[in-house]
Every structure is written in structure tokens, then in C-alpha cells.
Design a binder for this molecule. Structure first.
Ligand SMILES: CSC[C@H]1O[C@@H](n2cnc3c(O)ncnc32)[C@H](O)[C@@H]1O
Ligand code: ZN
Length: 451
């Protein structure tokens, strides 16, 4: 059992009351938060909390780590390879062309590169949707991050699947979840691509499996008005109503809908009633000029909203500070109401709400008994002064590079901006050469598009 004391630190707990403890102490014991408060804990009352390691947190804020609510981490390999295109051309002419040459090794190195970037920016857990997720699981294991992993399946024939297809991925999911992988740090959920690619009978089967096995689901829904029109023409229902009728939205392990951009009031009400987590990824929407969702309407309707970077091929980085800030700015601007998403609400969306979406219910706040998933942020930088309002500075001024230290489950993943679990130099080298090679091969073989 290891005990770490982080002292003299400004603690942003994000507990129910939004408590802030200036110059306080956090004690971490055995992966859990054992004490949060001012000064030092009384050792005579808690002798088992004597420190193995003492960290001086002067000049730092301590807060829960970020949870990336929607990502395709291996798509670091396609970062900067499909610029200035609309969504359908980005997907059909670029992503799916490069991915026609994708290998399991590419997935692994792409995810490693993403893990370096995410840890550096204070992300402690990510909700990933991609192929060869056994390889992403290996990266999550190696890096020490938390992860909820969905192996993307299309359900339109074995030739279009990347990997073993739906039944094969079920074996992987069962093995991973049954072993309580990495002390519960890694979970697997079902990953149908979307209702515009997956046929209804396939989605019904996915929903049945989710209900039989108590699994979660992560999929893309309603990314454009064209998808809505297509769904009405094909199924007589809008995408949200369609996936609801098929039983996906009340998956017992939780449902994460990525984007949900073209929704009407009825769709929003369904998402709220079903307790669906909607992953909001504003940078992708702006970069690919997609419809921007009315965040205010869904928050007011009680929809659970978490924040995501989306894949680095559309965002193009994995910076939750940037996502948080863009979310707030766009919300204030769209509603013409500067009071929207006030105070620590954006931080809650990026931490607590994300942790809930991924199914990590003990993460997302700094409280006794919570998992020790925390970050330290440098306050000794010009853009973090003066300190009228610590929370406002964290939401509106802090950047990924201000994160100095990252802990997950009581283990340091970054100390003083040096990664502790990943060999960053080797990862940059391998990822660079493999990404260039993959894209070159993909362009040459040019398989038919998926939609
Ligand atoms: C779901 S990841 C696997 C598959 O989907 C493609 N993809 C990446 N981002 C999106 C998106 O926002 N909508 C639909 N499909 C997406 C990715 O290139 C992979 O082929
Ligand atoms: Zn996506």
C-alpha cells in the first residue's frame, strides 16, 4: 500500500457543493483519495496515512483528471491528412481510403501516440471507438489510463469489417470484461458504427446482446440533416427514434451517442428519458463545418452531456482544455447569454460527466473514497495570473501544456511533464514513419468506399 501526500495545493474538488480548498492537502492511499482538506491530516488519528511520498503542490491547482467522452485515438495517423473538406468527403475520400491499408500495428502505434498526447493534457480516461481494439486495450494497459473501448462494426458483411466482425468482437469483449481488466480500468462496450451504415436487423441484434450481457453501447447518431432525411426515407423514423425503437438507447451498460447534431425536440426528449450520454465534440463540428447542436436545449431538457475531442483527424488535437473552452464560448455566443455554462460547469462536463459516460462512477471528483484520478496544473504562468477566479482561469485560460502531473488509480502517469509509463521518443519515431507508410499504401490500394 502506497500513501502519497500532495500538500500546499489549491484543490478544485468538483464535489456536489463545488468546494475549493486553497493551500490544502490531498492524501492518496491505495489508489483512493483518503483525505481532502486544509493543512495536514492529523496523523495521530490516521497513522496509516503516513506518507511514502510527499509532493509540494505550491503554485499548482489539483483537480480531477479529464475524461475524453468520444475519441478514435488511432486516428492520430490521419492527423493533417484530410484538411478543409466537408464531412462526407473527409470520411469517404480520405479516412476510409487511408484505413483500407490499416494494420493492427498501426492501430497500436496510433493509440500510443494519442496516449502520450492525452496524458500530457491531463486526460485520465478515454472513450474510444475504432478497430483492432485489442491493440488499444494493450496501450491503455501499458499507459495506465482508464478506457472504455468499442470495436467498430458495420454489420454489412464480413468483407467490410476490420477485424473479426461482430461475433468475434463479442469474444474479445467477454474476455476483457470478465477478467476485470487492469483492476477495472479498462472496459469494453459494443460499437456499431451508426444507423446510416448498420442495417436495422443488425442493430437489433446488437441491442439484444447488450441487454443479454449487460453491456454498454457507443455509436454515432445524426451527424447531418442528410442522415435524418435518409433515415426517414429508409426507416420512416428519424435516427434517434430509429435506434431507440431497436433498443440501443437503454443498453444496460449505458449508451453514448456521439454528436447527435441534427436533433429535434422529440429526439432530445428521448435522449433525456433514456439517460443517454451525448458526447459533444465542438471542434470537429466547426472544423468540418457540420451543423452545430443546440447545447442549451439539450442541457435544459436534462440530457447528460459529456465532452470529447473526437478523432485527431478531424479535431486535430486531443486537448480537453480547448474542447471545454470552445464549448463554453459557442454556448454563450449561440444563446447570446454570457451566463450560460457559468462557473465550474464546463469543468464538470469534462470530468464528472465524462467519467459517468465511460462507466467510471468513482472518478470525476476529489472526495474521500473517490478514485485517485487527478491532475496538477501550473498556476505560475503569465496567463494564469492574477488569481481573481481560479475556476475561470482554468476554464478560459489554461492549456494542455499547463498540466504538470497526472495520476490514475494512485499511480503517476506523468511527473513534472515527463511521462512515466510510455517511451515517448520511440513512440514519436515509430508513429511518424508508420503513419506516412499507411496513408501511402491506402492511396495505392484504394478499396471501394463504405457508403
Ligand atoms: C467509428 S471509428 C471507425 C470508423 O468510423 C470512421 N469515423 C471516424 N469519425 C467518424 C465520425 O464522426 N462519423 C462517422 N464515422 C467516423 C473512421 O474513419 C473509421 O472508419
Ligand atoms: Zn467520432
Amino acid at each position: 500500500m502506497t500513501v502519497v501526500h500532495i500538500r500546499n495545493v489549491d484543490i478544485v474538488t468538483l464535489d456536489a457543493a463545488g468546494t475549493i480548498v486553497p493551500g490544502g492537502t490531498v492524501v492518496v492511499r491505495d489508489g483512493q483519495i483518503a483525505y481532502v482538506g486544509p493543512g495536514h491530516p492529523d496523523m495521530s488519528l490516521a497513522p496509516d496515512q503516513a506518507a511514502d511520498e510527499v509532493v509540494d503542490g505550491r503554485g499548482r491547482a489539483l483537480l480531477p483528471g479529464f475524461f475524453n467522452g468520444h475519441c478514435h485515438s488511432p486516428m492520430t495517423f490521419e492527423r493533417g491528412w484530410a484538411e478543409d473538406l466537408p464531412f462526407d468527403r473527409w470520411l469517404n475520400e480520405k479516412m476510409w481510403v487511408a484505413e483500407s491499408a490499416l494494420t493492427p500495428d498501426d492501430v497500436e502505434w496510433g493509440a500510443r501516440l494519442a496516449a502520450c498526447e492525452m496524458i500530457r493534457g491531463g486526460i485520465v480516461g478515454f472513450n474510444d471507438h475504432y478497430f483492432h481494439m485489442d491493440r488499444v486495450a494493450a496501450v491503455a494497459r501499458e499507459s495506465g489510463m482508464r478506457a472504455a473501448l468499442a470495436w467498430c462494426v458495420f454489420g454489412i458483411g464480413a468483407q467490410s469489417e476490420v477485424g473479426p466482425g461482430f461475433e468475434g468482437t463479442l469474444e474479445w469483449i467477454a474476455a476483457l470484461n470478465e477478467h476485470g481488466e487492469s483492476q477495472g480500468r479498462i472496459r469494453a462496450v459494443l460499437g456499431p458504427h451508426s444507423p446510416y451504415v448498420c442495417p436495422p436487423e443488425f442493430l437489433r441484434r446488437v441491442a439484444e446482446v447488450a441487454h443479454e450481457r449487460g453491456l454498454g453501447v457507443h455509436l454515432h447518431v445524426a451527424e447531418s440533416e442528410e442522415q435524418v432525411a435518409q433515415s426517414l426515407a429508409r426507416h420512416g423514423r428519424r435516427p434517434v427514434q430509429h435506434v431507440d425503437a431497436l433498443g440501443l438507447l437503454d443498453a444496460p451498460g449505458g449508451c453514448v451517442v456521439a454528436h447527435g447534431l441534427a436533433l429535434d425536440a422529440d429526439d432530445t426528449a428521448v435522449l433525456a428519458t433514456r439517460g443517454v450520454h451525448v458526447a459533444h465534440c465542438p471542434i470537429t463540428y466547426m472544423k468540418l463545418a457540420m451543423p452545430f447542436p443546440p447545447l442549451a436545449a439539450r442541457l435544459d431538457a436534462g440530457v447528460r452531456v459529456c465532452l470529447g475531442t473526437d478523432g485527431p483527424a478531424s479535431n486535430s488535437d486531443l486537448d480537453m482544455f480547448a474542447v471545454m473552452r470552445q464549448t463554453v464560448l459557442m454556448e454563450k455566443y449561440q444563446t447570446r447569454d454570457p451566463a450560460r455554462l457559468a462557473g465550474d460547469m464546463p469543468l464538470r462536463m469534462a470530468t464528472r460527466n465524462g467519467a459517468a459516460a465511460l462507466g467510471f462512477l468513482r472518478s470525476g471528483s476529489i472526495e474521500v473514497g473517490a478514485a485517485a484520478d487527478l491532475i496538477l496544473v501550473n498556476l505560475d504562468a503569465p496567463h494564469m495570473r492574477p488569481r481573481h477566479d481560479l475556476v475561470a482561469n482554468l476554464v478560459h485560460a489554461a492549456k494542455a501544456a499547463d498540466v504538470t502531473d497526472v495520476m490514475v488509480d494512485g499511480r503517476w502517469l506523468m511527473r513534472g511533464r515527463t511521462l512515466c509509463t510510455l517511451d515517448e521518443e520511440r513512440i514519436l519515431y515509430e508513429a511518424e514513419r508508420r503513419a506516412l507508410d499507411m496513408v501511402r499504401r491506402g492511396q495505392h490500394q484504394l478499396r471501394t468506399y463504405r457508403s
